[in-house]
Write a protein that binds this ligand. Structure first.
Ligand code: V47
Ligand code: SF4
Length: 386
């Protein structure tokens, strides 16, 4: 395996087949690779090969920059009407006494805790319960905006929207418009899991379909807004299913250009119904970031969500296609610690994020949710007080 970020080395090497080299030539010429070529990368290309190509694409798109933001999460409930097999976090509605269900006032108390802090984004998502309906969320968003107009609300996934809008008997268009008017700024990428129906039915049966997930993002984009997209990988899916997933995202992005970041989410197997399924290796995580970077030629950013993958692998991923680490988080999410992530209390200071990025020779850039630059940390510059 060649671990060298000069992609020309790959073309010159006798180690790689002509099939792989023809894919490399396409990537280096800025041409799009096909579904079958994507599958070939997963099946036949080693980490050195996909890493060099992904780094080439990443530097063409984002130079040496690594983005992060100042954010925190609110998880309004961990009770859920669904019971996805991979979820370690939710408590079924019949066991709701084991979970939490926050009121609008309790959430506002969390928001107010950040009054003196320079956070730019609140990320709100969690389980699905009847009480947290359209009225609940529009009231919440209005209150957050009245209290702190500059705080960007990145909230709810199509899983939640589909349930909420159906219950309120409004169309996706009407519902999203009401959410936007109340203060919703953008959509996070959750709930996508894996789009293939047979796998989705097995691991996330009953919640919104892949078509519904894509349709909600399309409508949101057509309203002039932006969002992210995730893929839950490393469980019972095949490489073909992963390419099918990112192919559907690439097609929608061609139409709308509304996605900012693609976020691969590694399946973590602690205390869920799929605990018998082993987790994939770090090598596979890095290959997956790299192939996503190569395939999704129309996505501006690939995010390595450090709270899920761990800060060490996230740092490594910065040389394998990823250019975004998400944010400071401030120990406000339980989804991954409960699923077995090495980050049991996810919290990084600005200085820690900056150091982590500089240690691999990249330039840290603090961004807002929509990737406007807040501050670039050039060499030897102190972070100062945040
Ligand atoms: O949809 C749940 C995943 C997602 C497990 O848009 C699991 O910026 C692995 O979407 N193993 C929610 N994954 C989190 C999410 C997200 C996170 C960070 C940033 C953004 C963004 C979005 O978490 C769920 C599901 O796919 N998940 N359980 C698990 N055991
Ligand atoms: Fe509910 Fe989301 Fe967990 Fe599925 S992944 S059970 S929808 S909280």
């Amino acid at each position: 395996m060649i671990l060298n970020h000069n992609p020309e080395t790959i073309l010159a090497s006798s180690q790689y087949s002509s099939e792989l080299k023809s894919i490399a030539k396409k990537v280096l010429n800025g041409e799009r690779i096909s579904f079958d070529e994507g599958v070939t990368l997963y099946k036949k290309a080693d980490l050195g090969f996909v890493g060099a190509l992904a780094n080439f694409v990443r530097e063409k798109k984002n130079g040496n920059h690594v983005y992060f933001n100042h954010n925190f999460h609110v998880e309004p409930t961990n009770v859920c009407v669904y019971s996805c097999a991979f979820c370690s976090y939710s408590r079924l509605i019949k066991n709701r006494e084991q979970g939490w269900e926050l009121s609008v006032e309790q959430i506002m108390d969390i928001i107010k805790k950040y009054d003196e802090q320079a956070v730019t984004e609140v990320h709100i998502t969690g389980g699905v319960v009847p009480k947290q309906d359209l009225e609940f969320y529009t009231t919440l968003f209005k209150k957050i905006k009245a209290h702190r107009p500059d705080l960007h609300i990145k909230a709810l996934t199509p899983v939640e929207f589909h349930y909420i809008f159906k219950k309120a008997k409004v169309s996706y268009e009407e519902g999203l418009k009401l959410m936007q008017e109340a203060g919703l700024g953008s959509l996070p990428g959750g709930g996508a899991e894996i789009f293939d129906k047979t796998i989705r039915d097995q691991i996330a049966g009953g919640k919104c379909t892949s078509e519904e997930w894509l349709s909600i993002h399309e409508i949101w984009h057509n309203m002039g807004n932006q969002s992210n997209a995730t893929m839950l990988y490393g469980h019972i899916e095949t490489f073909e299913h992963r390419i099918d997933h990112i192919e559907r995202l690439r097609q929608l992005q061609d139409k709308t250009k509304g996605f900012n970041a693609f976020i691969p989410l590694k399946f973590r197997n602690k205390e869920n119904q799929m605990a018998h399924v082993p987790e994939v290796s770090v090598i596979e995580d890095l290959r997956n970031y790299a192939i996503a970077r190569i395939y999704l030629d129309n996505f501006p950013h690939i995010k390595a969500y450090w709270a899920m993958i761990g800060r060490n692998t996230a740092q490594l991923s910065l040389n394998f296609g990823a250019d975004d680490l998400d944010g400071t988080i401030d120990d406000t999410t339980k989804i991954y610690s409960m699923a077995g992530s090495e980050e049991q209390s996810p919290k990084l200071t600005t200085q820690e994020l900056v150091d982590l990025i500089k240690a691999v020779g990249r330039t840290p850039v603090q961004r807002d949710t929509l990737y406007n630059v807040v501050k670039e940390y050039s060499d030897n510059e102190n972070v100062g007080i945040i």
